[in-house]
Design a protein around this ligand. Structure first.
Ligand code: FMN
Length: 307
């Protein structure tokens, strides 16, 4: 694997390497105002959250490496100590791109991008009404990043003083990630859309770990590292349950391959257990893999232990 040292690279290459590898990044669509009250709106993907009590987020407005010019957003926040951050759903991604253009300070990018101002409650700058999740922020601290070696970054720590969350993205009073449809920034002109969601609950206990999996499971030619890790989430090695699986009299199944291809691990297991290959490791692991995919970890364990 090649190694790249930042000091040996051109600014452009280094910038793209950071943007492409540290990704996807959330996008802060930042509303700010200058001292005269002129609004500014620009996207910043050097952005993330770092604490929740109090809620603190950070953004990274650069000083343009080519011209040495500071961003209007940075100057406005330094002047007024306030901004808003609206998240970017797919429905406004191209309007966000229009707002990213370089406009003179007196241009209001809400107007240029055709976006609506949502008045704020505790700060002066408005947020983007088309965004379902927005925050009002005050400046905690601006940290200049390595100005001693000509570094062009800033890290602005912002305290969130109010949240705005649309009803359309709530389920049972809670923010529902499936409804947000946010975009993230990747390298070059690439973005990602959060429509391909999956759940991976954080275990509340210590796990047995990959190293404690039985050898015939750990060295499986079928199960991937992600599959093994989901088996290893358990706090103790499960025991073989002689009563698994149970099929009632009327249970019917097609061929092993058809059942597996149609996402029916029970059917595939039924066929397998009624065939001479019932202890075939690869076939059992293929069933277990489907069970893992369906979130049926306990059944996957029973299946791999049948070998
Ligand atoms: C998706 C996206 C993310 C961006 N993120 C950053 C960033 O984190 N830091 C930065 O300095 N510029 C970033 N830019 C570029 C600024 O948006 C651009 O320089 C803009 O003209 C700044 O506007 P302003 O001077 O009104 O603040 C980003 C552009 C896009 C399209």
């Amino acid at each position: 694997m090649p190694t790249f040292l930042p000091g040996d690279m051109s600014h452009r290459d280094r910038h793209q390497l950071v943007l492409s590898g540290v990704s996807p990044r959330p996008i802060a669509f930042i509303g700010s105002q200058d001292a005269a009250g002129i609004c500014n709106l620009s996207p910043y993907s050097f952005f993330n959250a770092f604490a929740s009590n109090p809620p603190i987020v950070a953004i990274g407005p650069a000083i343009a490496a080519r011209t040495g010019k500071v961003k209007d957003t940075w100057r406005n926040i330094m002047e007024t100590g306030q901004c808003t951050i609206s998240t970017v759903p797919y429905s406004i991604v191209h309007r966000m791109n229009i707002a990213a253009g370089e406009y003179p300070p007196e241009v209001d990018e809400f107007e240029v991008a055709g976006l609506t101002k949502r008045p704020s409650v505790l700060v002066a700058p408005p947020s983007v009404a088309e965004s379902p999740y927005a925050m009002e922020c005050t400046l905690m601290e601006n940290i200049e990043l390595r100005r001693d070696i000509g570094g062009n970054g800033n890290l602005m720590l912002l305290e969130v003083v109010a949240f705005h969350v649309a009803d359309s993205v709530l389920s049972g009073g809670k923010l529902d990630p499936r409804r947000l449809d946010l975009v993230g920034r990747m390298g070059g002109g690439f973005y990602t859309r959060t429509t391909d969601l999956f759940e991976a609950s954080q275990p509340l206990h210590a796990c047995i770990g990959i190293d404690e999996l039985p050898d015939h499971v750990r060295t499986s030619p079928v199960l991937t590292g992600n599959d093994l890790a989901q088996l290893a989430y358990v706090p103790v090695l499960p025991m073989l349950d002689g009563s698994y699986p149970q099929f009632d009299e009327s249970f019917r199944a097609d061929s092993f391959e058809i059942e597996l291809a149609s996402g029916n691990p029970d059917g595939a297991l039924f066929v397998l257990l009624n065939s001479p290959q019932r202890h075939d490791r690869i076939m059992l692991h293929r069933v277990a893999q489907l069970l893992i995919k369906l979130g049926r970890i306990a059944d996957a364990w029973q299946t791999v232990m049948m070998e």
